[in-house]
Design a protein around this ligand. Structure first.
Ligand SMILES: [Zn+2]
Ligand SMILES: [Zn+2]
Length: 377
């Protein structure tokens, strides 16, 4: 179908917005869907409406470049499963599911069978889970989401056949065929199989092979913004397939991380054991961040360190928060002979050059005269 004809079919000017397109299409579907409209031409009209809608959508997608990642999907907080939401509805703020990131959902995989909800003709929401690493969730990423979905055939609106003009040839438009009995004089009448008893000519639907359903493959690059949390639900357009517009509804999961722990308030923590002597010696150590290792100087006075801007975004699309590193200085439980010898040397060396509080203490002890009551008795 030419796009000019397609616009005319939907009663729209060629400059109509996507929202106007969708509204016009929904209005026409509500009016002409054969489930609701009993007129004999409803099925044919419905096909033309869908073809027009598909032609315009495909023309627009071709213009915008379908290979590129879609626009950032609208985001919203997790809602109870099965609750229908208006397409495009956005929540003001996403929130983390309670404890969502602290549990490993071993049963869920990105390619697990997706739960799909049929809503209205021509629009289909595909619900599925998407697992992200903590790094992907923190920094944002583009993920390719692909799968297969079975749709009601739009060519035949799920019937498996198309109505033709004219009467059924098998029953001469009667809807019933006479079947002669064995002895010739008794005849029975039964519903005509060729037209389903309706008397109108039918033609098998070729695109769906008379099944009324078609399985289509979808594959979309979805851009995820930085700062998404486990339990967040994102929606992204899934493209138009067999004139059905797919909407991907992605429920996010975040894999547990080997080094970091994301707390509910968005704080990113890392508990890091360090060599106790390196800590005492205020040495530089390598600490992990979401983007790689970086050097940090240990301070004897501190066990907690805050790396500004190296954490998880505390608000969606906002700047990254801080990474809190809590060090655990480790000393040998059973020092080796070499370690013992080195410790002895260190202690002796320190005794020869005592620092001020220690030297003062030793002076005060030397000046002190204990009262030895046992000796004077
Ligand atoms: Zn079909
Ligand atoms: Zn018939």
């Amino acid at each position: 179908m030419h796009t000019e004809d397609a616009y005319a079919e939907l009663g729209l000017p060629p400059g109509a917005s996507d929202a106007e397109l969708k509204t016009a299409w929904r209005r026409l579907v509500a009016r002409w869907h054969p489930d609701r409209n009993r007129r004999p031409d409803a099925s044919a009209r419905m096909q033309r409406i869908n073809l027009a809608y598909m032609a315009i959508r495909q023309a627009r997608e071709a213009l915008s470049g379908d290979d590129h990642p879609s626009a950032p999907p609208s985001t919203r907080a997790a809602a109870p499963a099965g609750k229908r939401r208006r397409p495009g509805a956005e929540s003001a703020r996403p929130r983390a599911a309670a404890g969502g990131h602290t549990h490993a959902d071993h049963h869920a995989h990105a390619h697990a069978a997706a739960d799909s909800a049929q809503s209205e003709a021509g629009h289909r929401t595909v619900r599925r889970k998407l697992r992200l690493s903590l790094e992907e969730a923190a920094l944002g990423c583009t993920r390719t989401v692909s799968g297969r979905v079975t749709l009601r055939c739009t060519a035949c609106t799920g019937r498996g056949w198309l109505a033709l003009d004219g009467a059924c040839a098998d029953c001469d438009g009667q809807g019933a065929v006479r079947r002669a009995s064995l002895f010739g004089w008794l005849a029975t009448s039964e519903s005509c199989a060729a037209c389903g008893g309706e008397g109108r000519a039918r033609q098998a639907c070729v695109p769906c092979g008379k099944r009324g359903r078609r399985t289509v493959a979808y594959r979309r690059a979805v851009r995820l913004p930085p700062g998404v949390r486990a339990g967040d639900v994102l929606t992204a357009p899934g493209g138009v397939h067999d004139s059905t517009e797919l909407e991907l509804e992605l429920q996010l999961e975040i894999e547990p991380h080997a080094l970091f722990k994301l707390e509910a308030d968005g704080t990113l923590r890392c508990d890091m054991p360090v060599n106790g002597f390196a800590w005492v010696g205020e040495r530089w150590v390598e600490v992990p961040t979401l983007t790689g290792l970086q050097s940090m100087r240990l301070q004897r006075e501190h066990r907690s360190y805050r790396l500004r801007g190296q954490g998880f975004p505390t608000q969606r699309r906002g700047p990254r928060g801080d990474l809190l590193i809590e060090i655990l200085p480790c000393f040998p439980d059973e020092p080796t002979a070499t370690q013992q010898a080195l410790l002895d040397r260190l202690i002796d060396e320190t005794a020869e050059h005592p620092t001020e509080p220690l030297a003062d203490w030793q002076r005060r002890v030397r000046r002190w005269t204990p009262c030895n009551t046992a000796a004077s008795a």
